[in-house]
Write a protein that binds this ligand. Structure first.
Ligand code: GLU
Length: 553
């Protein structure tokens, strides 16, 4: 067979050679040890939490080595794609502040010298490499129809084939003559381009996965499809061409690709490309609520599989990143304790410290992490975050919350900006309910008093307090005043005394302040009541105490 002639027959429109692209995309000339990584999603209009996890690994790996990370859009599978599926991915990364050095930056925009970074715009590159493979006798056209392939599979299932696929004696089109090929093409028969595999089923390949160590697998023997009948590459072929010409040093991707590595190794070799390093990351798992077993986070069953979930609920990006980092590297938490205020980008991320088994994503832990993260924010930061979130996801609350910014900032500052801040809020959608009693338009009073206090006693407490409270008090005076009220009402200011002799009193100072708290906020627990009263102001306090009193009588 004259391979050159065949290549010309199949790709008459291709006038370049791979050397052209070797020159166009030269070695990057980075310092020794610098890593080039890529995140390569398909534009399905959705960013999975596992995607954010993977992208973080790419970006942090590049950052930690003064390397390069880039975002490549893999849109060769038109069936999976939706219109402008890129935006959901880009918006997700924007929200979380994940920034790649190069690649796609928006719908139709990109940066970097190794582009285009969208696969559908790289068809000429793939076909140029494909043509060169045909010239070397390493690829051939296959005219088998879907029916013929189904038939082949049936035969293999019934026969002695060890694996199913297009290989060896089953590969009908492997040895077509030039004349047969020419005739088929003249007749307009569709064809795919296949690799002419040189693998043998009694040989093994070995590779060193950066996360998992040495992995040994049988060599590839399948004549894998490289180009589909429309001339668009398969994932495998596009991966080899792109990661070569984009000069990726570390292919970091999900563990579901491990089984394809033998194919990829053969492909890189056939194309004459230097092999990158492979690192296969663990999957993001959760405990299934029904079975109690670990399983993959599913787009269909788990709302939290989509990154948009965290944005909509108002988890600060810092919380989600912080939590993902604890899953990514076992030493992150130690580092965080030693560097409590340092930016995450300073963390010396190390692929070798990743676990190779699945990472358990636990919403309860995320909530705890988030409470910590929010507790150390300033009041100003909380105010701005809540306002930004509410503007999009709860416009009614936005209007209420931002009507008096000074008031709302003071509200979120209660029990904050001190060495032991309260850790109550995990996400911004909790703020409305958390502070509802501070805004009349959100407040629905509930006058239910604690069970151990009669309505009569509660009324007596409120009546007395109504006559005595003073906003001129400082915090100590404020509490002293409540203590002073206790004895005349049959309560004790001393909790220890009450515990020693509970029969002697109606209750203690804690009960007295709970009654006042309920009268003012309808809750048994709130942040510092003294601060709350100062925000409510004298008129509102009087109105609420009076209303409660009326209801108790
Ligand atoms: N486009 C592939 C996917 O979405 C990327 C796999 C890879 O990173 O190589 O699964």
């Amino acid at each position: 067979m004259d391979n050159k002639k065949l290549a010309e027959l199949l790709f008459p429109h291709i006038d370049k050679t791979p050397d052209y692209y070797e020159e166009l995309y030269p070695e990057r000339g980075l310092a020794e040890g610098a890593r080039v990584t890529r995140f390569a999603p398909s534009p399905t209009g959705y960013l999975h939490i596992g995607g954010l996890f993977g992208a973080l690994v790419d970006v942090l790996t590049a950052q930690a080595t003064n390397g390069v990370s880039f975002l490549r859009i893999e849109d060769t599978d038109k069936k999976r794609e939706i219109d402008d599926g890129v935006s959901a991915i880009i918006n997700g990364f924007d929200y979380f502040g994940v920034e790649f050095t190069e690649g796609v930056t928006g719908f139709g925009t990109e940066k970097g010298a190794y582009g285009p970074y969208t696969q559908s715009q790289r068809v000429e590159i793939y076909q140029t490499v494909a043509k060169s493979l045909v010239e070397k006798g390493l690829a051939y056209p296959c005219f088998c129809t879907a029916d013929e392939l189904a038939e082949l599979r049936k035969e293999q299932e019934q026969g002695d084939a060890l694996i199913w696929g297009y290989f060896g004696k089953w590969a009908k089109c492997r040895d077509l003559s030039f004349e047969e090929i020419e005739k088929n093409i003249a007749e307009g028969k569709p064809w795919v381009l296949r690799l002419r595999s040189g693998g043998s089923d009694d040989k093994k390949i070995m590779f060193d996965d950066v996360i998992r160590g040495k992995i040994e697998m049988p060599e590839n023997i399948i004549d894998e499809v490289l180009l589909k009948s429309d001339g668009i590459p398969t994932y495998h072929f596009a991966h080899a061409c792109d990661d070569h010409f984009m000069r990726t040093t570390h292919v970091i991707r999900g563990e579901e690709w491990i089984s394809s590595v033998p194919k990829h190794i053969e492909l890189f070799r056939a194309c004459g490309f230097k092999l990158p390093k492979f690192a296969h990351t663990p999957q993001v798992l959760k405990i299934d609520e029904e079975t109690g077993d670990k399983r993959k986070l599913s787009k269909r069953k788990d709302p939290e599989a989509a990154v948009s979930y965290f944005v909509e609920k108002g988890f600060p990006k810092e919380s989600v990143l912080e939590y993902l980092l604890t899953l990514l590297n076992s030493n992150f938490e130690d580092w965080r304790r030693a560097n409590p205020t340092e930016d995450i980008s300073k963390f010396p991320f190390n692929l070798k410290k990743m676990s190779s088994s699945g990472c358990l994503f636990d919403l309860v832990k995320l909530n705890d992490v988030s409470k910590n993260v929010i507790s150390v924010m300033t009041a100003q930061q909380v105010y701005e975050n809540v306002a930004a979130w509410a503007k999009v996801y709860d416009p009614e609350f936005y209007d209420i919350f931002t009507e008096d910014p000074e008031f709302s900032t003071a509200a979120v500052n209660i029990d904050r900006e001190n060495p032991k801040p309260r850790k109550d809020i995990a996400k911004w959608n909790e703020v409305k309910d958390y502070f509802s009693y501070l805004y009349n338009s959100l407040y629905t009073p509930d006058y239910t008093m604690p069970e151990n206090i009669s309505n009569e006693d509660a009324a007596a407490i409120i009546e007395k307090y109504l006559g005595e409270f003073s906003l001129a008090d400082d915090k100590d005076q404020w509490f002293a005043r409540i203590k002073d009220m206790c004895e005349p009402l049959g309560f004790t200011p001393n909790v220890k005394e009450f515990k020693k002799n509970p029969e002697a009193f109606k209750g203690h100072v804690g009960d007295v302040s709970t009654v006042i708290r309920i009268a003012l906020t309808s809750r048994k627990n709130t942040p510092d009541l003294y601060s709350i009263m100062n925000l409510l102001g004298e008129d509102e306090i009087k109105a609420r105490l009076t209303k409660t009193l009326e209801n108790l009588k």
